[in-house]
Design a protein around this ligand. Structure first.
Ligand SMILES: [Zn+2]
Ligand SMILES: [Zn+2]
Length: 70
């Protein structure tokens, strides 16, 4: 795969949109994975998120935040 911005070989793929980016065009963004789900034991809603502060980002796509319902 080639870099989205130039003809270099991509060194990473954007965590958000999947675009390839080379070493000189890579960016970083905060990535959160997870969501609210009912706890199987208590039945109560619980929120579990994994947040990565320097996730690979192409710098082109627009990652949007949303708040999961509590
Ligand atoms: Zn992207
Ligand atoms: Zn590039």
């Amino acid at each position: 795969m080639l870099c989205y911005y130039c003809e270099n070989q991509a060194r990473a793929t954007c965590r958000f949109c999947g675009a390839g980016v080379c070493k000189s065009h890579v960016a970083a963004a905060r990535f959160a994975s997870g969501g609210a789900s009912p706890d199987p034991m208590s039945g109560l809603q619980r929120s579990e998120f994994v947040v990565v502060n320097n996730a690979i980002w192409c710098g082109r796509c627009q990652a949007q935040w949303f708040v999961a319902p509590q």
